[in-house]
Design a protein around this ligand. Structure first.
Ligand SMILES: Nc1ncnc2c1ncn2[C@@H]1O[C@H](COP(=O)(O)OP(=O)(O)OP(=O)(O)O)[C@@H](O)[C@H]1O
Ligand SMILES: [Mg+2]
Length: 386
């Protein structure tokens, strides 16, 4: 988008000289307060709204030069409350676009069934009508319908804002998983900054009056907000939330205070220097914390154990997760486990604190948690000044 302005006939400037380079095959989130021009921006991309000034290029081609029907077919569109056809079954809703572009009934329905599976909808729902589905299920149908003709671009306008936080988290995780498989170019509108940070490879923060405040990857928004408006919009936990982008893999673990429930007197004595001991079962799974004085050799599990809280997995979980474990632990020590839940060591709040200080000191996080689509750099993204 090159210096795009939208002035509605009544004089309202909904979008003001917006320039954005939206990366291919990544999720770009437009976020900002109500009325700041997010929907208008999204609709200019599929020409439901025409810009007053400026140009929008798709793969270098001016959108104005492209027939609207061709353009819309290359762009799936998902809105809040899914916007489903109430008189059509779920399967027929999803098959709408393939039918429209002449795929034939059988092929369209097969494609729709395949997409139901992809978005996590049980095949038994195929013959139901939208009103017979929960809000979260309807949103999944909306996503499946937008994907049906396999468009390279997906435009999503607050698709998950009408559902409760638990369902919403499920839908977000599902979108990230689908995106990992399909690699669409997604423009996602929300006014929820946490959703923006979770989903976005790039995040455009807009302010009232349709002005761009900052365009940056989420970790950079959190570390270097461009101005007071962005800082305010990010909210109070900016420092803590930024830790989600630092890996916990580098934390130095110790196994000194870890003992098995069948430990001998000698093993206990060897570990006895620590103020607390972490007791595990014979498979190295954590049972709980004990004070050395409470333990009798050969019968540790019977001692009064304190909860070990929630363990973290170094290499998979972030520094934020490790800190949370240490904070929740009654001893102030976080328990590290491998993917099978076996204890690999423990780490103190102080050690986590030191890692946080050095991570912040080192500037930009070098890595994010594996399995996270944002781990890949979004190609040749040009940062645009507000
Ligand atoms: N058809 C229209 N005619 C006149 N003004 C409009 C029209 N559509 C939107 N606006 C105005 O343009 C501005 C931007 O609206 P837009 O719908 O793009 O905001 P938004 O960021 O999507 O808001 P929300 O978060 O509430 O959905 C608002 O001031 C709105 O009142
Ligand atoms: Mg809107």
């Amino acid at each position: 988008m090159d210096s795009v302005t939208k002035r509605y006939p009544d004089g309202t400037v909904a979008v003001d000289r917006l320039s954005l380079e939206i990366p291919d095959r990544a999720i770009t989130v437009l976020v900002g307060p109500s009325g700041c021009g997010k929907t208008t921006t999204l609709r200019m991309i599929n020409r439901m709204v025409e810009p007053t000034e400026g140009t929008i290029l798709l793969d270098g081609e001016d959108l104005q030069q492209q027939p609207v029907t061709t353009l819309r077919r290359s762009m799936g569109y998902v809105i809040q409350n899914a916007g489903l056809f109430q008189h059509r079954t779920i399967l027929d809703n999803i098959a709408t676009v393939p039918r429209m572009i002449g795929w034939g009934k059988q092929k369209s329905r097969e494609r729709a069934a395949e997409l139901m599976e992809r978005v996590g909808l049980d095949a038994s729902l195929a013959k139901r009508y939208p009103y017979q589905l929960s809000g979260g299920q309807q949103q999944r149908v909306g996503v499946a319908r937008a994907l049906a003709a396999d468009p390279p671009v997906l435009l999503m306008d607050e698709p998950f804002s009408a559902v409760d936080p638990v369902v919403r988290k499920g839908l977000q995780d599902e979108l990230l998983r689908i995106q990992d498989e399909l690699g669409k170019t997604i423009v996602f509108v929300t006014h929820d900054i946490d959703e923006a940070i979770k989903l976005g490879t790039m995040v455009a923060v807009m302010r009232t009056g349709g002005r761009l405040a900052q365009f940056a990857p989420p970790a950079e928004l959190l570390s270097d907000p461009a101005d007071d408006f962005v800082e305010d919009f990010l909210g109070a936990d900016r420092g803590i939330r930024r830790l989600s982008f630092f890996p916990s893999a580098g934390l130095e673990l110790t196994t000194g205070p870890v003992v098995r429930a069948d430990a001998t007197a000698e093993q206990l004595a060897a570990a006895g220097g620590a103020p607390h001991l972490l007791v595990t079962d014979a498979d190295d799974r954590p049972l709980g914390w004990a004070e050395p004085g409470d333990l009798t050799a050969g019968d540790l599990a019977a001692g009064r154990l304190l909860s070990f809280g929630r363990p973290f997995v170094p290499g998979t979980d972030s520094l934020r997760a490790a800190l949370d474990c240490a904070v929740l632990s009654p001893t102030g020590w976080a328990v590290a486990v491998d993917a099978d839940g076996r204890v690999t060591g423990v780490v103190s709040q102080q050690t986590v604190g030191a890692a946080i200080r050095s991570a912040h000191g080192a500037g930009d996080p070098g890595a994010v948690t594996p399995g996270d689509a944002r781990a890949e750099e979004p190609g040749d993204v040009t940062k645009v000044a507000p």
